[in-house]
Design a protein around this ligand. Structure first.
Ligand code: ADP
Ligand code: MG
Length: 686
């Protein structure tokens, strides 16, 4: 059996099972083998029921009296049963796992492992994992736990895996320079461990394999990029100096360094591929303006892409303020733009020097005369393929220089691997006079007493010095909600929607102007609301995370993030960066639902304002897929959380280097080369 075969050819996998597997991305035998356990349960040394104590326990026994019911208050199913051994009996409870009703044969013995807790007036074993005694390797007592995919639960994956045991013999090696059959053994022990040590070895190897693929993909992207041609843009020291003299402030050291790195890249006849990272407010837009100016001085056109119309509009405002006085033609192109055909003609003729817009700018029929620099703000990356397409738009077949900007700090380990094809500049220094943001966690109960008082206080403060708007009576507030409408959050959770929160706040603050904003509104409506907020005509803006990136209203000095526990750290940090842009003290309140104890994540946010530190924490706690969730669809959900292992990264880098020294390897290692195309695509826009 070969790895590329359809999963349907596996033993015990019929059409129905195959359909579920495929729906969850498991299409081939290879995918199936690499669907690694999420964790392992250790059933060694069960305790007799008479002796169990509260906490984590393992017991062994028969189960009976299984029943299932709906809980009244929350939308949950509750499945209960009694487990007995020779010494006693204990109640077990599962939530939303009604398949447990049919899982057990009454005459057989099973292991159960879970938390023995006091709940609803009695002790019970809560949501234990379970396994049939005969399925567990008697040596280690270890049993893999797989992520459930639809109707296929962990037990089903274990059963299918056992039926496929013979195919492990046929797994060929994929990478060079390791002992033969390492891969075969690693995959086998990942699914059939016989000791903790065997799991560790297996995971170490598979992590290495994954890193090797990632790094190789990035290196190959880089090589491809170097084959492209770009316009060389000369550095004009004098003009840049004159431009800087016009600014009301001095560049930070970090901004100078980043600008210098960009100027040097743009002088080369191969396209720049640089990532500019800096926390919110670190002044990335200013650096982008310098790069754009330089390219325009050389007679070229520049495009800036923003993820939302709101952001494009703000960039347009700040960049035209900077560049129009220098005789530069700046244009905005979004869905709401009137007279599009005329504008497009002007872009094509070269009359427009700088155009700012959303993605449509590059994917639809917009044509340029001389597009030499593309700047992408937040979240989107460009792959070699997109550039080749852009190069085709240019009559001379030249690819544009590319500058990507992000406020999501990218941990070093990701830089070396996933983002290894990019050069990086970092703004690790804030402009002078930036306010720190006082962050506190509040429960819903505290909200009424403390928070409302504080909000009133802030709205009665006089407007911030830096507020450009004359309409504001006091300082302004963002209130962030998770959902747009009621009832579309998770069943059982208490998510307050933008709309109902806005209504409730209107009752609390009848004298204040409250409006809401969310992603399902028409672009023109959104822009209008944002504009009113920026103008100081709205006191409290209740919004979803659409205000997340880039939006700049210095007079907004307080932010409330409701259901804070449901966001990732990186995202919370970005949201929080919407305030603290003026000269007044800024506040961020993290509201947790019900009486949940604050999570470690929220506590970290309360303590630290360093985006890089927070990103490292997030990476360790949640894995890269969560942080860069918006970037790709599951492609970065690495099977093994290996990106914090710097030693392993270094080893993989070294081995990739050796691998690339021999071009024949690319023909020889076919599976490897086919596999990395998925990582190469991470870098492309979709
Ligand atoms: P970012 O895009 O990195 O979040 P911005 O470029 O929007 O940050 O800059 C935030 C604010 O700081 C803007 O109002 C900008 O004019 C201002 N700014 C940028 N660079 C400096 C500097 N060197 N000194 C003072 N203010 C600056
Ligand atoms: Mg910005």
């Amino acid at each position: 059996m070969i790895l590329t075969e359809d999963v349907e050819n596996l033993k015990r996998v019929g059409p129905k099972t195959a359909e579920v597997l495929k729906k969850h991305g498991i299409r081939t035998v290879r995918d199936f083998l690499y669907n690694l356990p999420r964790d392992y349960e250790n059933y060694a040394a069960p305790t007799s029921i008479a002796e169990i104590r509260p906490g984590k326990v393992v017991i062994k026994g028969k189960i009976d009296s299984l029943t299932s019911r709906r809980a009244r208050r929350r939308n949950l199913s509750v499945t209960e049963g009694i487990v007995r051994d020779e010494t006693g009996a204990v109640k077990v409870v599962w939530f939303n796992q009604s398949y447990r009703l049919k899982q057990f044969a009454p005459e057989k013995d099973y292991y159960f492992a879970g938390d023995y807790e006091f709940k609803n007036g009695r002790y019970s074993l809560i949501s234990p994992s379970s396994a049939e005694i005969s399925d567990i390797d008697p040596n280690g007592g270890l049993s893999p736990i797989y992520v459930a995919h639809g109707a296929l639960k962990s037990n089903d994956f274990r059963r299918l895996m056992r039926a496929s045991k013979p195919i492990f013999n046929d797994i060929p090696d994929m990478l060079p320079s390791v002992k033969p059959e390492t891969r075969k053994r690693a995959l086998f022990y990942a699914h059939f461990p016989n000791s903790e040590k065997s799991i560790k070895n297996a995971r170490d190897y598979l992590a290495y394999e994954e890193l090797f693929e990632l790094i190789l993909a990035a290196k190959l992207n880089r090589q491809e990029n170097e084959k492209l041609k770009a316009v060389s843009i000369p550095f004009d020291a004098e003009k840049i100096r004159d431009f800087l003299k016009l600014l009301p402030f001095q560049l930070t050291g970090a901004q100078k360094k980043a600008a210098w790195e960009i100027f040097q890249d743009m002088e080369k006849p191969t396209p720049m591929n640089r990532l500019l990272q800096g926390d919110v407010g670190s002044g990335k837009t200013m650096v982008a303006a310098l790069a754009a100016y330089e390219a325009i001085l050389a007679g070229q056109q520049v495009a800036i892409l923003a993820p939302t119309a709101i952001l494009a509009t703000q960039h347009f405002a700040s960049l035209s303020q900077l560049l129009s006085p220098l005789g530069i033609e700046v244009a905005l192109l979004t869905g709401a733009t009137k007279k599009k055909p005329e504008l497009k003609t002007e872009i094509k003729s070269g009359k427009i020097n700088l155009v700012i817009g959303t993605h449509a700018l590059l994917t639809d029929d917009t044509e340029f005369k001389d597009l030499a620099l593309v700047i992408i703000d937040e979240q989107h990356r460009f792959g070699v393929e997109q550039r080749q397409k852009l190069a085709l738009k240019s009559p001379k077949g030249l690819a544009p220089h590319l500058l990507t900007m992000t406020a999501t700090p990218i941990p070093r380990s990701l830089q070396l691997t996933v983002f290894g094809d990019l050069d990086v500049s970092i703004l690790n220094e804030m402009p002078k006079g930036r306010q720190s943001i006082v962050t506190s966690i509040l429960t819903e109960v505290e909200m009424r007493e403390k928070l409302y008082q504080k909000m009133r206080l802030v709205m009665n403060l006089k407007p911030d010095e830096k507020a450009q708007n004359q309409n504001a009576h006091g300082q302004q507030i963002y209130w962030i909600c998770k959902a747009i409408e009621d009832g579309n959050g998770n069943p059982g959770s208490e998510i307050t929607s933008v709309k109902s929160r806005a209504r409730r706040l209107a009752e609390v603050f009848p004298d204040k102007k409250i409006e809401f904003l969310h992603g399902k509104m028409k672009p023109a409506e959104k822009d209008a609301v944002m504009e009113r907020f920026a103008n100081g005509e709205i006191d409290i803006l209740v919004s979803t995370t659409v205000v997340e990136v880039g939006v700049d209203v210095p007079n907004a000095t307080l932010m409330v993030i409701e259901n804070a526990e449901s966001y990732g750290l990186a995202q919370l940090h970005q949201l929080r960066g919407r305030v603290g842009r003026g000269s007044s003290t800024a506040y961020c309140y993290l509201l947790t639902s019900g009486d949940l104890a604050p999570t470690r994540r929220l506590k970290e946010l309360e303590k630290s304002s360093d985006g890089f530190y927070l990103a490292e924490v997030d990476l360790k706690m949640r894995g890269p897929g969560e942080i860069y969730g918006a970037l790709q669809h599951g492609a970065l959900d690495l099977r093994i959380a290996s990106l914090s292992d710097t030693k392993l990264i270094a080893k993989a880098q070294q081995d990739v280097k050796i691998f690339l020294q021999n071009p024949e390897n690319m023909l020889k290692y076919k599976e490897l080369m086919a596999g990395i195309s998925k990582y190469q695509q991470i870098t492309t826009l979709n």
